[in-house]
Write a protein that binds this ligand. Structure first.
Ligand SMILES: NC(=O)C1=CN([C@@H]2O[C@H](COP(=O)(O)OP(=O)(O)OC[C@H]3O[C@@H](n4cnc5c(N)ncnc54)[C@H](O)[C@@H]3O)[C@@H](O)[C@H]2O)C=CC1
Ligand SMILES: Cc1ncc(C(=O)O)c(C(=O)O)c1O
Length: 307
């Protein structure tokens, strides 16, 4: 049974994951190579705990989060390590090498990778049978679905153990049956983002209007009626007719769009740099994050039938 968990990497995702796991009664140690990230994570943990309170998620037992700047201390005696460092195989491999001699041979090592096939990551760890994908969605303390992915060498029992852990703390595991790049969530999201970026880039629509169109026309509906159920709601005959001429006109770009290369090249990365598709002052960012958390909490409570 999993009771002690180490989280390696405390950037955007780590603190919220730590908060949610501790709320589920688990003992979490949280480590980052950067002291500044640990300090930021302490504040983010407090914010995430406030959101979990607003979600009405009661503590199941005496879960804790302990921060450390010592990786050996972080992983000592844990049942599960969740690697949560940048989406770069070399950086992830460095972490696997660092923990390899520090953990027991049956300690499970999960990666929160957004889409690097688990089979590729397994090449960098001894005991690859214990490695598994555990892909959370941002913000991780609010979004209840987590993908679970086995690589070619993952023992089936490990996939089941992680699925059961997620279920046991009241979250929604989805087991992805094939280790395809991007798994399922990001394949679908990136199909949408590719088309959205293309439409803005071609001047078909302004960025603000694109967001209104997708959030109110598709997003709001899809939270209640998933894509497979939506096909039935619209009618497969309609889908057949529209897709017969539309599919061929959709973006099939195989590289990164020029607009994205231009913005990233100018360090316009979004909220984290103050400018991306839109501009943000620090005050606006704070207000926006609070407003988004409040709305996501309200929508989730309604979808769960709790309001
Ligand atoms: N940002 C997002 O929306 C989502 C990201 N992911 C995935 O989660 C992983 C982490 O993403 P973010 O939290 O966004 O990244 P991030 O860049 O915000 O944070 C990564 C953290 O890892 C730390 N780090 C770097 N090298 C390290 C090492 N050797 N040992 C310990 N810590 C180290 C950095 O100091 C940083 O604090 C990535 O694989 C990403 O693709 C998954 C779901 C959503
Ligand atoms: C743009 C983007 N990319 C990846 C992810 C992920 O799930 O890995 C997300 C997310 O929302 O979680 C994302 O927005």
């Amino acid at each position: 049974m999993i009771q002690r968990i180490a989280i390696i990497g405390l950037g955007t995702m780590g603190p919220g994951m730590a908060a949610r796991l501790a709320r589920g009664g688990l003992q979490v140690t949280a480590y980052d190579v950067a002291p500044a990230a640990i300090e930021r994570a302490r504040t983010m943990l407090g914010t995430a705990e406030g959101v979990l309170d607003a979600l009405g998620i009661a503590a199941a037992g005496a879960g804790t989060v302990r921060f450390t700047d010592d990786i050996a201390e972080a992983v000592a005696g844990v049942d599960l390590v969740i690697e949560n460092v940048p989406e770069n195989i070399a950086i992830k491999a460095e972490v696997y090498r660092a923990i390899d001699g520090l953990i027991a041979s049956d300690t499970i090592v999960a990666s929160d990778t957004s889409g690097i096939p688990i089979t590729q990551l397994q090449a960098h760890i001894s005991h690859p049978e214990r490695m598994v994908g555990m892909h959370w969605s941002n913000p991780p303390h609010i979004i209840p679905m987590i993908e679970v992915i086995g690589g070619e060498k993952t023992a089936p029992q490990i996939v089941e153990t992680i699925r059961d852990l997620i279920r046991s703390i009241g979250l929604l595991p989805v087991v992805v049956k094939k280790d395809v790049p991007g798994f399922v969530e990001n394949r679908v999201l990136y199909a949408l983002l590719r088309e959205a970026v293309d439409l803005v880039e071609r001047g078909v629509i302004e960025p603000e209007d694109l967001d209104t169109c997708v959030s109110w026309g598709i997003g709001y509906k899809i939270a209640v009626v998933g894509p497979m159920a939506l096909l039935d709601m619209a009618g497969l005959d309609i889908y057949k007719s529209v897709s017969s001429f539309l599919n061929a006109d959709l973006s099939n770009r195989g590289d990164v769009a020029p607009m994205v290369l231009e913005k990233t090249g100018a360090s316009k990365l979004g909220i984290k740099s103050g400018e991306g598709m839109f501009s943000y002052t620090p005050e606006q960012t704070k207000a926006l994050q609070a407003e988004r958390a409040r709305k996501l909490v309200a929508v989730r409570r309604i979808l769960e039938g709790r309001e």
